[in-house]
Write a protein that binds this ligand. Structure first.
Ligand code: ZN
Length: 170
């Protein structure tokens, strides 16, 4: 099929949001917070987790680096890391939030979310989605900021995973 292009000028380059320790420590400073070993352990832990994580997952990982990290410090660090562009929030319609390190910026993401367990798979969407988002924006005199497609699913054999999760929660 033809690949029409929008006539509008290219969108302004997105701000760099690669995980940046400097951005994180600078933001801590601007908020009047000290750069402590615990806060750097939380930063390192967040970048060491390859997939989506919850605040509790991050606490476990950060404690493996520095066992003096407290739950309160993790919960306070999360919004600062989001603001600094180190991590981003992933809303999958659950009562608890998920986060993922901003390893790759740009491009449209597809999230595959299991409705039964904690599995979230994130993949790059085909270029047609990027084009379509831009074309739709141009049509309505808008400029794209972020694009995401979320597919909910049931992973096969998931009922066993639910049982395991429930047993773990007890
Ligand atoms: Zn599942």
């Amino acid at each position: 099929m033809p690949h029409p292009r929008t006539k509008s000028a290219p969108a302004a380059a997105p701000q760099a949001t690669l995980p940046d320790r400097e951005a994180f420590t600078a933001l801590l400073g601007r908020k009047g917070l000290r750069v402590t070993g615990q806060r750097l352990a939380i930063y390192d832990a967040a970048l060491a987790i390859p997939d989506h994580f919850t605040a509790e997952d991050l606490l476990d990982k950060a404690r493996a680096i520095d066992d003096s990290v407290s739950r309160a410090t993790v919960y306070r660090a999360l919004p600062i890391m989001v603001e600094a562009g180190v991590i981003r929030e992933v809303d999958v319609g659950r009562d608890h939030k998920y986060y993922i390190a901003n390893r790759d910026v740009g491009g449209v993401k597809i999230q595959l979310v299991c409705l039964d367990c904690d599995k979230i798979i994130e993949a790059a969407a085909p270029p047609i989605m990027d084009w379509y988002g831009k074309a739709l924006c141009a049509k309505h005199n808008m400029e794209p900021a972020t694009q995401r497609l979320q597919v909910t699913a049931h992973c096969l054999g998931c009922d066993r995973k639910i049982a395991a999760i429930r047993a773990k929660a007890k």
